[in-house]
Design a protein around this ligand. Structure first.
Ligand SMILES: [Zn+2]
Length: 452
């Protein structure tokens, strides 16, 4: 019989699980592809609001996205990932970082120095690997369906900025991470948790104020009916509204949305310009193209969307998500502290016996050892997120926005060419929001409950 060493067994188990997960992904996408191919007529609930032409456009868009997703899963998650694992890619990058560190004036014997260089190299390689997919998805796929608004120049600048911001964030955090593990003593995972927990909260706070404006233009919402009614709605719910912004998301893509930010104290509400009727501009504004005109929601519908968003806040969904995230971090670091000295984990990814770089330990444990756990948790979170969506919808109904919310959801679905028909298995695995038809149905029952 074939004798396997522990590290080989570890490697093969990792590969097997990743393969299994991708297979599930691929199977579900095939199920959804069958739905795209088979659905030729508008569902009867939507006949009055979606014409056959829009439905067909949405179908072709969905089909294109699913085919692309399938291709990407097979190339990235199956071929490249498994190839990298089998040939010890991570170990190669680590060894290269050790060799190169002197060239960059770093100390090859300092794990922090080598670790930072390693993180940088991984990020560079990762960015290059992703780039063809990003370019295809933006300039071919989205372009073909009329959603891409980026010029090549905007795209290049955007990518460079994103890369720099990512390095400014990851390198110091990686260095601090290694340092804490080295000096933290027996209960270092508590320090790690406190550190990463604090950093993640800090990021949630500074991101909207300092980082997001590097990428997109924000303008305060003009004084007018919309602003007055949003302020009234916020006051009515005792929402600590600071500023109201419109983000020119339309520079990036024609997809629309709204969100609010800020952890403690005052919060800001951000509306995508594409959420607003004619981007919130007068109908004869020179910057509006033919395809922009008539897109977006009327004021009452925007309010209904905000009532839903504020429902997430009022019902504590945001805080719940943050608590879950912190608990998750704690568990990950606890597992890490118990396993990170276990040699076969390092040998499994190609490191020579005795070499145990902390960053590689973290990556192997987070990405591979905990993979089954991550899959389960992410499925559970998807289910929870859909419940939250229903609850926020019910909240908006309670405020009297049932009809407007329904109209807004339909409008957004049509503007974004969302396809309304889904395979139930594909949907329960992938969708953080219930589908349009599910939400419309629930809106009707909630409204009925209210009247009774
Ligand atoms: Zn929501």
């Amino acid at each position: 019989m074939l004798e396997l060493e522990t590290h080989e067994l570890t490697l093969y188990s990792i590969i097997l699980f990743l393969l299994l997960e991708s297979l599930i992904e691929i199977y579900l996408t095939f199920r959804q592809l069958r739905v795209y191919h088979g659905s030729k007529t508008v569902p009867k609930e939507l006949r009055d609001v979606m014409d056959a032409e829009t439905f067909e456009k949405a179908r072709l868009y969905g089909l294109d996205k699913a085919n692309y997703g399938l291709f990407k899963t097979i190339v990235c998650d199956v071929m490249i990932s498994l190839f990298e694992l089998y040939y010890g890619f991570m170990a190669l990058v680590w060894m290269r970082s050790t060799q190169l560190s002197e060239t960059f004036g770093l100390n090859p014997r300092s794990e922090i120095h080598v670790g930072c260089l390693f993180a940088l190299l991984l990020n560079v390689i990762g960015t290059l690997k992703e780039m063809p997919f990003k370019i295809y998805s933006t300039f071919v796929l989205e372009e073909r369906h009329g959603f891409n608004k980026q010029t090549a120049g905007f795209f290049v600048k955007d990518q460079i900025k994103a890369f720099i911001v990512a390095q400014v964030l990851t390198l110091p955090v990686s260095a601090a991470f290694i340092y804490i593990v080295q000096i933290g003593g027996k209960y270092f995972f508590l320090w790690l948790w406190a550190f990463v927990g604090a950093i993640s909260l800090l990021l949630i706070m500074i991101y909207p104020v300092y980082i997001a404006p590097l990428f997109d233009k924000f303008r305060p919402l003009e004084d007018g009916v919309l602003k007055t009614s949003i302020t009234e709605l916020a006051n009515r719910l005792k929402f600590p509204l600071g500023q109201l912004f419109v983000v020119e998301g339309s520079k990036r893509s024609a997809h629309s949305n709204a969100y609010f930010t800020g952890l403690f104290g005052v919060k800001r509400i951000v509306l995508f310009d594409t959420l607003l009727l004619n981007k919130g501009l007068p109908a004869d504004d020179a910057s509006l193209t033919e395809s922009d005109k008539g897109k977006g929601c009327k004021n009452e519908e925007v309010l209904a969307v905000l009532a839903h968003e504020l429902g997430h806040w009022k019902l504590g969904h945001i805080s719940k998500n943050i608590v879950i995230m912190q608990v998750q971090l704690f568990l990950i670091f606890l597992v890490f502290s118990q396993l990170f000295t276990y040699a076969p984990l390092y040998e499994a990814v190609g490191l020579p016996a005795g070499e145990k770089p902390i960053l590689i330990g973290l990556m192997v444990i987070m990405m591979y050892v905990l993979a089954p756990y991550n899959t389960l948790i992410s499925f559970a979170m998807t289910i929870m997120s859909r419940r939250f969506e229903y609850q926020a919808d019910a909240f908006a109904v309670g405020l009297g926005y049932a009809k407007e919310l329904g109209q807004a959801l339909i409008k957004l679905q049509v503007d974004n060419l969302g396809f309304p028909v889904y395979d139930w298995m594909y949907s329960s695995w992938n969708h953080s929001h219930p589908t349009l038809l599910q939400r419309l149905e629930r809106l009707t029952t909630e409204e009925g409950k209210k009247k009774r």
